[in-house]
Design a protein around this ligand. Structure first.
Ligand code: MF3
Ligand code: CO
Ligand code: CO
Length: 263
């Protein structure tokens, strides 16, 4: 296994790509409301990335993926395909996953949004708890990052929070090294696996992107070959950041304004 350590020049470009990806998420929030289709969100993000940022949406044509962002609603775990026939409705939860390429380098990040009004019924309260816990799982994982720490320490922190809240962690999809490549080594598992012991070094860049379910961890693939669903039909939520290992800890390359001071 070869993990590419980034030079100062690489890191400068990763910062730019990361900031652009974060800005897409900051921009798209105001468009997420009942009645909007996921295709419309795709178009808004695509146009912003291409025309305003002069960047490239990495998912488009990546291994045949047909759209520029992933939109994963409710029981969709990840890789949801934007569609003109999918209108968002009140109380939906949606993950928007954005990856941009700028100057050859990738920035990859996602966040959850609530759609419209949520009520205080048990179903909406569980959704709110899931969204909050999955965000904290990401942050707890990020807080482990420093030279000398291991990938399993990140996974352990995520497990502690998810399992402590009686939620499960998806195994089949993971975080990844990132740079000139969209998916580089190492694989960043979100559950502890002694076979995947990697020690972090200054200059590594990778994503952490735990997928947390209210029900069982198992997933199935839709016939479209992309959309990943929970097998039991229960809710799933995911948050993702691109992280740099620094001399003393970490830098979140895809940090949004709203997160300043949180991580
Ligand atoms: N952005 C996703 C990730 O976090 C990957 C999407 S691949 C696609 O790794 F082809 F579905 F876009
Ligand atoms: Co990713
Ligand atoms: Co992503």
């Amino acid at each position: 296994m070869t993990i590419k350590l980034k030079s100062t020049a690489d890191i400068e470009k990763m910062r730019v790509a990361g900031r652009l990806a974060a800005e897409v998420l900051e921009m798209v929030g105001k468009h997420i409301k009942p009645g909007v289709t996921t295709e419309e969100l795709n178009t808004i993000c695509h146009d912003y990335i291409v025309n305003k940022q002069k960047a490239v949406p990495a998912p488009l044509d990546y291994k045949g993926f047909p759209k520029s962002i992933c939109t994963s609603v409710n029981e969709v775990v990840c890789h949801g395909i934007p569609s003109a026939s999918h209108k968002l409705k009140n109380s939906d939860i949606i993950n928007v996953d954005v990856t941009v390429i700028k100057d050859g380098y990738h920035g990859d990040t996602s966040k959850m949004f609530f759609v419209g009004k949520t009520s205080n019924n048990p179903k909406d309260n569980l959704a709110k708890k899931l969204v909050k816990v999955s965000q904290e799982c990401l942050y707890d994982g990020i807080r482990q990052v420093r030279p000398g720490a291991t990938l399993n320490q990140i996974a352990m922190a995520i497990e502690k929070n998810a399992f402590g809240n009686k939620f499960s962690i998806v195994h089949e999809y993971c975080g990844h090294g990132i740079g000139l490549g969209f998916h580089e080594e190492p694989q960043v598992l979100h559950y502890v696996n002694p076979d995947n012991e990697v020690t972090l070094q200054e200059g590594m860049t990778f994503t952490i992107e735990p997928m947390i379910n209210t029900g069982k961890r198992h997933v199935k693939l839709k016939k479209d070959g992309w959309t990943v669903l929970t097998k039991d039909g229960q809710l799933s939520a995911q948050w993702e950041h691109t992280i740099l290992v620094t001399k003393n800890g970490y830098e979140v390359l895809t940090l949004r304004e709203e997160e300043r001071g949180l991580i």
